[in-house]
Design a protein around this ligand. Structure first.
Ligand code: BGC
Length: 384
C-alpha cells in the first residue's frame, strides 16, 4: 500500500515537472470570475480554476497522449455505448484510451482514476458513480496537471473539474413531466388521473434534477387535483431508486400496486429512465393492470421497440454519439493548446461554478420516432 502511495506521489511529481517543463497544463489557464458565466476572453484570473470556461490557451500535450475514461457502470445502454464509442473515437484521433467502468462502486472508481493519473493520462473523463465522492482524487489529478471533464453527470463539491458535457438534466425532467401529462390526455380520457412517481439513483446528481424538472410540470397539476398520487409519495427521497436498480424499482412498484391499487386503476407513472420504465410495466402487467402511460430516458433498444408498439408511452433521446463527439472535441482543443472552449452555461457544484457544455434532449413517442431516429440506422431498424 505504502509502495503504491509512493509510486503515485512520484508519478504525480513527475507529471507536474513534465508539465511545467513544457509550459502546458491547466495551471496556465486563466479563469473567469465565478459569478460571471461570460464567454469572453479576459486577462483577469479568477480565484478558482474550476470556474466557467472561457477561451484559454496553453501548450497542449502530445497528439498520442493517454486519455482516461471512468464510467460509473455499464448497466444502461448509454454507458455501454459510451465505452465503445470513446475507445473508437479516441483511437481514431490518435490518442491512447483507457476506458474503465466501476460497477456502481465508489471505491473502484476512485482506484481507477488514481491509476489513470499514474499512467500519465492528460485528460480524465468521468461519469461519477457518486457525484460528491471524488473530490480528493480529482484534486490530486488537478495537482498533477490533468484536465478533468465530467461526462453526462455533474461532479460535485470539488474544484478538480474543468467542465462537464451533458444533456440538460432539469430540461430532461421537464420533458418527462410534460410527456406524462400529454400521454395521459391522449390515452386515458378525462382526468383526474391516478399516478405514481419514480426517481433515479440518489448518488447520481442527474436524478434529483430529472425529478425537479418533472415536478415543475406535475406539481401544479397535483395541486389542482388533476393528478392524484395515490400513495402520497411525492418527495424525491421516497421515490428514488437506489443505484438505478431496475429490480428495486419493480419491487417498489409491486408494493405500491398491492398497497394502493387493489380497487383502482393506475393511469400513469413518471419513470426516470427506460430500464425502470420496463420494470414498472412488468409490475403493472403482473398486477393485472391495464398498460399505464410510462415515461423513460435513453432510447434503449428494448424501449424503442416498446414505444414503437405502443406499450411504453415515450422515452427521451440523449444520443451517446453526440455526447462522446462533444467530449472528444474538447479533448482535441486541450491537446492543441486551445484550452477549454467557451461556454456560457455554468452549474454550481457546491464549491465552484463549473462550465457546462449542454446538449438538448428530445422526447420520442410513437408519433415522432421515425423523425427522431432518421439518422440512427440501428434504431430505425427497430421500428418495424
Ligand atoms: C444518465 C442516464 C442513465 C442513468 C442510469 C444517468 O446519469 O443520464 O442516461 O439512464 O444515469 O445509468
Amino acid at each position: 500500500m505504502r509502495k503504491k502511495v509512493l509510486a503515485m506521489l512520484l508519478t504525480a511529481a513527475m507529471s507536474v515537472t513534465m508539465l511545467s517543463a513544457c509550459g502546458g497544463g491547466r495551471e496556465g489557464s486563466s479563469t473567469s470570475d465565478s459569478s460571471d458565466a461570460s464567454t469572453e476572453e479576459t486577462a483577469d484570473a479568477g480565484e478558482d480554476s474550476g470556474d466557467a470556461a472561457e477561451e484559454t490557451s496553453s501548450e497542449g500535450f502530445e497528439a498520442d497522449a493517454t486519455i482516461g475514461i471512468a464510467l460509473p457502470w455499464l448497466g444502461t445502454q448509454n454507458w455501454a455505448e459510451a465505452q465503445d464509442m470513446f475507445k473508437e473515437q479516441l483511437e481514431a484521433e490518435g490518442f491512447s484510451a483507457i476506458v474503465q467502468a466501476a460497477d456502481q462502486k465508489v471505491a473502484t472508481q476512485q482506484q481507477q482514476i488514481e491509476s489513470m493519473i499514474e499512467n500519465g493520462a492528460k485528460v480524465i473523463v468521468v461519469g461519477p458513480v457518486d457525484g460528491s465522492q471524488l473530490g480528493t482524487v480529482l484534486e490530486k489529478a488537478k495537482d498533477a496537471g490533468v484536465y478533468v471533464l465530467g461526462y453526462d453527470r455533474l461532479i460535485e463539491n470539488t474544484t478538480g473539474v474543468d467542465g462537464v458535457v451533458q444533456f440538460g438534466s432539469v430540461k430532461t425532467g421537464e420533458l418527462q413531466g410534460q410527456a406524462l401529462l400529454d400521454g395521459l390526455k391522449e390515452k386515458k380520457g378525462d382526468g383526474p388521473y391516478n399516478i405514481e412517481l419514480f426517481g433515479g439513483g440518489p448518488a447520481d446528481p442527474n436524478a434529483p434534477n430529472f425529478f425537479t424538472g418533472a415536478m415543475s410540470v406535475l406539481q401544479p397539476e397535483i395541486d389542482a387535483g388533476n393528478l392524484v398520487v395515490v400513495s402520497g409519495q411525492t418527495d424525491f427521497t421516497q421515490c428514488a431508486t437506489e443505484d438505478w436498480d431496475n429490480k428495486k424499482a419493480q419491487q417498489r412498484m409491486d408494493s405500491l400496486l398491492s398497497g394502493n391499487y387493489s380497487d383502482k386503476e393506475i393511469d400513469g407513472v413518471l419513470s426516470p429512465n427506460d430500464g425502470i420504465a420496463r420494470a414498472i410495466l412488468t409490475a403493472c402487467e403482473d398486477a393485472g393492470q391495464p398498460v399505464p402511460v410510462v415515461t423513460g430516458l435513453d432510447a434503449e433498444d428494448e424501449s424503442v421497440k416498446l414505444v414503437w408498439e405502443g406499450t411504453q408511452y415515450c422515452t427521451v433521446a440523449k444520443p451517446t454519439k453526440d455526447l462522446v463527439a462533444k467530449t472528444v472535441e474538447i479533448i482535441k482543443s486541450l491537446q492543441a493548446g486551445d484550452g477549454m472552449p467557451p461556454t456560457d452555461v455554468t452549474a454550481n457544484n457546491g464549491k465552484v461554478d463549473v462550465a457546462i457544455y449542454e446538449l438538448d434532449p428530445t422526447v420520442v413517442t410513437q408519433e415522432n420516432a421515425k423523425e427522431v431516429f432518421a439518422d440512427d440506422e440501428a434504431r430505425m431498424e427497430l421500428l418495424q
